[in-house]
Design a protein around this ligand. Structure first.
Ligand SMILES: [Zn+2]
Ligand SMILES: [Zn+2]
Length: 858
């Protein structure tokens, strides 16, 4: 059978990507047999395009999913996207701005229609890209967080939490973006280091003439809203201030001195100003002491009427004038340069303003307690396990969760305000009239919910909840979540809390946290550095399989992944190697007529016994590696097997023996199956060419498992001897600088049973090393071109002129160096206590080997 000379992934990858979808083989069925393995995708933003981080995440998921499917599990990978409230709204607003209109010109309904229109046009970019990259998800179950079903789940959860008293409306300090006009979550605030200042201001103490306290602030404009100063009760410097008041400069307001741990005696002057309306810590201190909250900055970042003479000014203009006024009045003690981390809105770049506003909040403490318990008792485990600690830290220090956003794109809060009596009605559907006063004047709350509210329900809302569907019964709890560490709290923790509350069970049993993809210099990829790798560009260049393999090779748990051009290039070469192996095999045997039945009876050639033993050992290790998320090990195992065992030795030995081709085809087919989860395209393409009619895809063929019957220590030992002789002979040839094609004579001296093994392979040795050997069991004579192992000596008949005395000297020096190194390692107590026994053993063996060689050389 003919196979094309050149491996061109671009020719067949799009075909298989589409064929997998059309043939429906990734579609899960609740009726299918086997243990359940289910996983929901971390939904990418609908605005997004695939980046290399997604590709890593999807490759790891896909390897695991394909593996489970091949194991015969009832496997579901549920895909979908997130409506991503603020991110999407900003994209559409920018488009409107290009047309010269704002969302307010359109009004809410028309604006929402525009966003849906935009979503219909470009919202499935991610899906198209995922399909192209071979993600084996069940697209018939694709979900979007704003689907009618998921929106119903959101309303149901909101109403039930409200009825339980776990959702309330109240005052809360939020990160406010004066540009986007909404509260934003901590994740949407990006911190930038800026050169700021620290202004030291003194406040006179009332009733103690000439006594002052000095406070320091990076934001002097907030002093207009101070309603106290705090000292620590234990700070002896300020005992005389207990019970007194100070006079607030510029505002001429009398404010109390409070005793609070907010003031740290070790830090600065030990006195701090308290501005409950503009700082979260002060807000909480204000609650403890019942302080008034005076808002001096408004939603547009302008000074309010409460700011006195500064009312109406922009916050930064107000700052400038306040500093001048403080200086002129003598209240400014000093100004220091002070580096600070400024919070900016990640969408608009505007400095965030902490503001108090009336928001909807979730009381998270009771939910968090249960979410901590399920990790403590092992119902959910994190891999790597160190993330457990991070999870606990967040959960023990959890604050109430502000779930309302002042946006138009998202799930509208299911609450209505009565225009007559101000009653707030929370309901699943719009009420006709106010249950308290009967008025029909009801207005729905204008806010929408935080995006993480709906994605927090993702593992059960996507399976049909609140209905008791067959999918929900079959696939919840999901088996595994694979995601990034940055959303461990925002998403993972919320899913745990909400899953326990509404399903009474954990949303997933295991969480695997993957690393970041970095460039060759181990730098984070970023647009500003210009080192971003676009997955679509590199897959076009190297092939999807090669990029997947390159990512997997670096994907050790708990480490970041370094992705380089070299690695992708060598992965492409690896795919090419497999392609060429198929080419060679198919030239010698047409699998469609030979069949791929393994020879199980009769006398099997030794190389076949060996390759099956190696396949078997590789299968055992590969299964274990995927099971433990050791993707790098999985990739390296398959690489080593295919390249160094199957191609470099097995196929070469087959050329010599030239019998048992159906066996070779069978071994190749098994190897393709082992590799399939990592490199789905090239394995599918070649597997299809084997002419199997059932099942219809390699993705559905059983994954190879360890079979004790295939273990064959004798064959492994025999081929090891052959490999050793051939390798040594090749080394000697290279060192003697001989023409690689020149046939040589030589002698193998050996006084153990190994001699007989080597003798059996004289023909293979002659063909692979171009050395015709004589075999002798007598004492080794002195010779020039000689190499030794602990068991045998190999002498090549090298022509006189090629002999190089300097080489022997060099060889001796190298051996002495190796011996010294091994001895040092074996006497290093620290090394011995840490190194695995296998490693220590191999150093010992090598040492004996070096010593024998040196003795023989001398
Ligand atoms: Zn903003
Ligand atoms: Zn009413």
């Amino acid at each position: 059978m003919q196979i094309e000379k050149v491996y061109e992934p671009q020719r067949f990858e799009p075909h298989w990507a589409q064929w997998w979808i059309d043939s429906g083989i990734f579609q899960a069925s609740v009726e299918a047999p086997g243990p359940v393995f289910s996983l929901v995708i971390p939904p990418p933003n609908v605005t997004g395009v695939l980046h290399i981080g997604h590709m890593l995440e999807h490759t790891e998921i896909d390897v695991t999913i394909r593996w489970h499917r091949m194991l015969g599990d009832n496997t579901l990978w549920l895909p979908g996207t997130d409506h991503a409230g603020i991110a999407t709204q900003m994209v559409v607003q920018r488009k409107l701005a290009e047309e010269g209109i704002s969302r307010h010109d359109l009004g809410r309904e028309k604006f929402e229609a525009r966003v849906w229109e935009w979503k219909a046009q470009s919202g499935d970019t991610i899906k198209r890209q995922m399909v192209r990259l071979g993600a084996s998800c069940d697209w018939s179950r694709e979900r979007f967080t704003l689907d009618p079903g998921l929106s119903r789940a959101v309303r149901e959860v909101f109403v039930r939490l409200y009825e339980k008293g776990l959702i309330y409306r109240g005052e809360y300090m939020v990160n406010w973006c004066p540009q986007c006009h909404t509260a934003i979550s901590d994740l949407e605030v990006s911190h930038v280091d800026v050169a700021g200042h620290l202004w030291h201001i003194r406040y006179p103490v009332n009733g103690l003439h000439g006594r002052y306290v000095t406070v320091a602030t990076t934001r002097p404009e907030t002093m207009l809203g101070d309603t106290a100063v705090a000292v620590n009760a234990k700070d002896s410097r300020y005992f005389d201030l207990h019970g007194r008041t100070v006079q607030l400069p510029l505002m001429d307001r009398e404010i109390p001195v409070i005793l609070d741990d907010l003031a740290d005696p070790e830090f600065g002057t030990g006195v701090v100003k308290v501005t409950p309306a503009h700082d979260l810590n002060d807000f909480e201190a204000g609650r403890r002491h019942g302080l008034p909250k005076i808002q001096v900055i408004d939603e547009n970042a302008r000074m309010t009427a409460a700011a006195g003479a500064y009312a109406g000014l922009d916050r930064f203009e107000a700052r400038r004038r306040i500093v001048i006024d403080l200086e002129q009045s003598g209240a400014l003690v000093k100004v220091e340069d002070y580096p600070l981390s400024l919070g900016k809105c990640a969408r608009s770049g505007t400095p965030v303003e902490p503001l108090i506003s009336t928001q909807w909040l979730v009381k998270t403490k009771p939910l968090a307690e249960k979410a901590i318990a399920v990790v403590e008792n092992g119902q959910i485990t994190f891999v790597p396990p160190n993330w457990t600690k991070t999870y606990y830290e967040w959960m023990y220090n959890i604050r109430d969760w502000c779930i309302s956003r002042q946006l138009w794109w998202g799930h509208r809060i299911p609450a209505w305000h009565c225009g007559e009596c101000k009653e707030v009605i929370v309901a699943r559907d719009a009420p006709a009239s106010c249950p308290r006063c009967g008025s029909a004047q009801l207005n729905q709350d204008p806010d929408v919910l935080d995006t993480w509210f709906s994605s927090g329900l993702w593992p059960f809302s996507t399976l049909g909840w609140p209905d008791q569907t067959a999918d929900l019964a079959k696939y919840y709890p999901t088996s595994l979540l694979i995601t990034g560490f940055d959303i461990l709290f925002f998403w993972v923790a919320r899913m745990v809390m909400l899953g326990l509350e509404f399903m009474g069970d954990v949303p997933f049993r295991q969480v695997y946290i993957h690393g970041l993809v970095r460039d060759a210099e181990k730098q984070k990829m970023s647009k500003t550095k210009g080192n971003v790798v676009d997955p679509l560009v590199v897959t076009e260049k190297y092939g999807t399989d090669a990029v997947r393999m390159a990512l997997l090779q670096g994907a050790a748990p708990g480490t970041d992944i370094v992705l380089t051009e070299e690695r992708m290039e060598s992965s492409r070469a690896f795919a090419n190697k497999i392609w060429n192996a198929a080419r060679f095999l198919f030239m010698n045997a047409d699998p469609q007529s030979t069949g791929i039945q393994e020879l199980t009876s009769g006398i099997r050639p030794i190389e076949d016994r060996w390759i099956w033993a190696r396949l078997n050992a590789t299968a055992e290790a590969a299964n274990r590696a995927i099971d433990q998320y050791r993707y790098h090990e999985f990739a390296q195992l398959l690489w080593h097997f295919f390249w160094h065992e199957f191609c470099d030795w097995y196929l070469e030995l087959k050329k010599v023996s030239a019998v048992g081709w159906s066996n070779a085809i069978a071994a190749f087919e098994t190897a393709l199956r082992l590799l399939h989860p990592a490199m789905p395209f090239v394995t599918e393409e070649l597997w299809q060419r084997l002419g199997q009619s059932t099942p219809k895809s390699i993705a559905l063929v059983p994954y190879p498992k360890y079979d004790p019957a295939l273990a064959d220590a004798e064959a492994e030992r025999e081929i090891a001897v052959l490999q050793e002789v051939v390798t040594l002979a090749r080394t000697l040839r290279t060192e003697s600088k001989l023409d690689p094609k020149q046939q040589l004579g030589g002698t193998l001296y050996c006084r153990t049973a190994t001699l007989a093994i080597a003798q059996r392979h004289a023909e293979a040795i002659q063909k692979l090393a171009r050395v015709k050997l004589a075999f002798k069991s007598e004492r080794t004579p002195k010779a020039r071109a000689m190499r030794s192992t602990a068991e045998f000596d190999l002498i090549l008949d090298v022509p006189e002129s090629k002999e190089d005395p300097a080489r022997r000297q060099k060889e001796r020096e190298q051996l002495e160096k190796n011996i010294a190194n091994s001895r040092r390692q074996l006497s290093d107590e620290v090394f011995l206590s840490k190194a695995p026994a296998k490693v220590v053993e191999s150093i010992r063996t090598k040492l004996v080997d070096y010593e024998t060689q040196l003795a023989k050389l001398s």
